[in-house]
Write a new protein. Structure first.
Length: 490
């Protein structure tokens, strides 16, 4: 699809992730980084001990130092196994892991010269990791503990036969050790702090996305309340107009004029359509699930929708191609129906002479592609695709159609893509996962309507306490009538 812009919705028909779950996921990823760093420490310490002991001929207590490394490796193995079975990682667990690393480093330094060991500055690595990963109180605790360990190593340690001959420069083993320690500290900080920062940035991005979606759903609820209130207010004037037109029919002046009778009949038809729209808004706000929905099939749902849409919309040339294939059972949902009708209405307004709708079974999804021959989308509309009030028509409050379409698709884990055709016109493609809209063969009685309108229905029921012209309100899925067309028209 040339020049296409996609608005991709997450799998929101599953339980939504909250702030706590995002923190847990980030903590799990950070724990994985610590585990990798600990394996690197085990391998690096083994190599360093062997090089110093055999290469520089500096005697070290190999047995005790290797025993410490064995304990560290066992602890890391336990941490690795636990992280695979438990996705939740708290600040306390990260704090404990860093304390184990500090204790291990302290033990190794005690066995190899204490504060005179050039690798004593590896304590700074633990402090830096704590500053990035932990809460403030935990970080300061790490600072205090490492400071106490450093002071203790200056007082108590096994001596290391390493001359402090700084005047020899780089030829001094002590200076060489400090250089290796610095390079190691710097490299590890760059590598792992970069990874941890990436995890934190990803968490912040997911939090921002959650806040944006919550704001959009709140906006939809407000529009739903406004629509329901308007539906109640319109009931009385529409009923009054219907009574007046009925009286006009009985007047002698109208009975003798066929042209006037035709106009009255057309007015009555349009009033009846308005009443149907208002009733649909009221029906869509019922409290119980599934009472206004009915079981159907995907192909039947699409066929009936197209027939119903074409009876009230004049289009000269409409092409409908249903390529879904083997039919599957589903629940007829008014929110899904209104979503498709919104896209068709937008296309009709831009291209009243020709429209095309194609439905197909693509892998595990239903794809609905609407094509028109209008002027297409403006670049600015494509850039802000899926956001409210993005309209080229300049009407106050316009530009809500695709916003609602994207959000309805999002509630079932679907996506909407929009773009322009090379030969002119626009294309809107809706992709809906079948798992969210299709009934299982052996569970045809199960109602999946809640998945289709999760996030659209909350807060509407408080505004639905009346009836329209004595008709009983039936529960169903939420539908919001809106004018929305996001295209540049000549």
């Amino acid at each position: 699809m040339p020049a296409a812009t996609e608005a991709v919705a997450g799998e929101l028909h599953a339980p939504r992730a909250g702030v706590a779950s995002l923190d847990n996921a980030t903590g799990h990823q950070n724990m994985q980084q610590l585990i990798q760093l600990r394996w690197f420490a085990v391998v690096g310490q083994v190599a360093t001990i062997l090089v110093v002991h055999y290469g520089f001929d500096i005697r070290l207590p190999l047995d005790h130092m290797l025993q410490v490394l064995t304990c560290l490796a066992l602890f890391n193995m336990v941490s690795l196994l636990r992280s695979r079975n438990h996705r939740r990682v708290t600040n306390g667990e990260l704090f404990l892991a860093l304390l184990v690393d500090v204790a291990t480093l302290t033990a190794q330094l005690y066995l190899s010269g204490g504060a005179t060991n050039p690798f004593v500055f590896l304590f700074l690595l633990q402090v830096t990791l704590g500053a990035v990963l932990l809460k403030p109180w935990s970080t300061w605790t790490i600072v205090v503990i490492t400071s106490i360990c450093f002071a203790g190593l200056a007082l108590f340690s096994r001596p290391l036969a390493l001359p402090l001959d700084h005047q020899r420069g780089l030829s001094s083993p002590y200076v060489q050790g400090m250089l290796v320690c610095f390079a190691l500290n710097a490299a590890l900080l760059v590598i792992f702090i970069t990874r941890i920062s990436r995890n934190l940035r990803a968490r912040d991005a997911r939090l921002a996305d959650l806040r944006q979606r919550a704001s959009e759903e709140e906006h939809i609820v407000r529009m739903g309340l406004l629509a329901s209130g308007a539906a109640h207010e319109l009931g009385t004037p529409l009923a009054t107009l219907a009574v007046i037109l009925g009286d006009w029919r009985r007047l002698p002046h109208f009975n003798s004029d066929p042209e006037l009778l035709t106009e009255v009949a057309e007015m009555e038809l349009q009033i009846q359509r308005c009443k149907s729209i208002v009733s649909g808004i009221l029906l869509s706000a019922g409290e119980a699930r599934g009472e206004s929905s009915e079981e159907t099939t995907v192909s039947t749902f699409l066929d009936d929708l197209i027939v119903e849409w074409r009876t009230t919309r004049p289009v000269e040339d409409f092409e409908y191609d249903n390529r879904f294939g083997r039919d599957l059972p589903m629940v007829s949902d008014s929110a899904l129906k209104q979503m498709i009708c919104n896209v068709l209405d937008n296309a009709l307004e831009a291209s009243p002479h020709w429209l095309r709708l194609e439905a197909a079974h693509d892998a595990d999804a239903l794809t609905i592609t609407v094509t028109d021959a209008g002027p297409g989308f403006l670049p600015g509309i494509l850039k802000e695709f899926g956001k409210p009030y993005q309209s080229s028509k300049g009407r106050p409050g316009g530009g809500l159609g695709l916003f609602l379409v994207v959000n309805v698709a999002r509630t079932v884990g679907g996506r909407v893509a929009a773009g322009n055709r090379p030969e002119g016109g626009a294309v809107v493609k809706i992709t809906l996962p079948l798992a969210a809209i299709v009934l299982e063969e052996d569970e045809a009685d199960e109602d999946l309507e809640e998945d289709l309108k999760d996030g659209l229905k909350d807060g509407l029921k408080d505004g639905m306490n009346e009836e329209f012209e004595g008709e009983r309100k039936l529960p169903g899925s939420e539908t919001i009538e809106t004018e929305a067309h996001e295209r540049n028209r000549s």
